[in-house]
Write a protein that binds this ligand. Structure first.
Ligand code: ATP
Length: 270
């Protein structure tokens, strides 16, 4: 039942377009998400309601590691400034998240980006745990398909007990579209997000989605996984859940808006 998650994501989508009003003194908490495709900054209030969100397409992270530190820092600074101007408030505290298994050194780099943008970092968590703060799954697997990778986190009793992350994500979907339609990568990114054409492109990108299905299948087979829960921008594609369910044989669900679940979850842990 995604009712609560869907409501939260709906509020997030609204405040992405128009930030909610905040008082000059109420505490605000931020989540900074450095992804392969997007850098996202989300602010929530003390009631854990999203109040503002800003994001930018950026390629400063590869395989969960920051490859362009200065670029990342500049974008987080700019997004923060944008939110501060819109809210008329300074943002001070932030939580950050990294893929499970990230080394201490790479965690420190993530932290330095947030600190460099002026934040006091109050929490560093792993991405599936962040996503699960929104979804509240007790048992099953959260599958996060972002720009670069398909991440799988198996949960038992609400705790992450197994994780895996493999290359194949939205970037691969766009590359296949670019090749098939003889268009640039940027045009393919737009085509992929065009609601009017998503039905038409599904058969073209089906092999990539099946590849994601095979990755998921390999990691969940033999484990006690009764359901898959999809998050991440790539899961916005209508029909994803059916292809993955068919491929893995595991009942597959997704919230109405799977994009930005992780960034919001990070902010909820600040
Ligand atoms: P990663 O998790 O791999 O580090 P990320 O956190 O940047 O990357 P997300 O922001 O979850 O990943 O998702 C980005 C991907 O989702 C991109 O490939 C983007 O093209 C794709 N995407 C975003 N919106 C949509 C949409 N409406 N339909 C299809 N794909 C989308």
């Amino acid at each position: 039942d995604f009712t609560a998650a869907d409501k939260l994501m709906d509020t997030l989508e609204k405040c992405r377009r128009k930030p909610r009003k905040v008082t000059p003194s109420e505490p605000l908490y931020v989540g900074v998400d450095l992804g392969t495709a997007y850098i996202v900054v989300v602010a929530v209030n003390a009631k854990k309601q999203p109040v503002a969100c800003a994001m930018r397409f950026a390629q400063v992270v590869k395989d969960g590691l920051i490859v362009d530190y200065t670029g990342g820092l500049r974008i987080v600074r700019e997004l923060t400034q944008e939110l501060e101007e819109k809210l008329g408030r300074k943002l001070e505290k932030a939580a950050i998240a990294v893929p499970p298994g990230t080394s201490e050194r790479d965690c420190a780099t993530h932290r330095h980006v947030a600190e460099g943008a002026g934040y006091q970092v109050t929490a560093l968590l792993d991405e599936p745990t962040a996503a699960n703060s929104v979804l509240n799954v007790r048992d099953g697997a959260i599958v996060d398909i972002g720009g670069g990778t398909t991440g799988i986190a198996v949960l038992e009793d609400g705790k992450v007990v197994y994780v895996a992350d493999e290359a194949t994500g939205g970037t691969h979907v766009s590359l296949v579209l670019a090749g098939n339609y003889d268009i640039s990568f940027e045009e393919a990114e737009d085509l992929k997000k065009d609601k009017a054409r998503q039905k038409e492109i599904l058969p073209v990108v089906r092999p990539v989605i099946e590849k994601m299905g095979s990755i998921i299948h390999r990691h969940v087979q033999g484990r006690n996984v009764s359901a898959l829960y999809l998050v991440g921008g790539t899961c916005c594609l209508p029909g994803m859940e059916e292809v993955i369910q068919k491929y893995t044989g595991v009942p597959t669900f997704k919230p109405a808006n799977p994009f930005l679940v992780t960034p919001l979850g990070i902010a909820l842990n600040c």
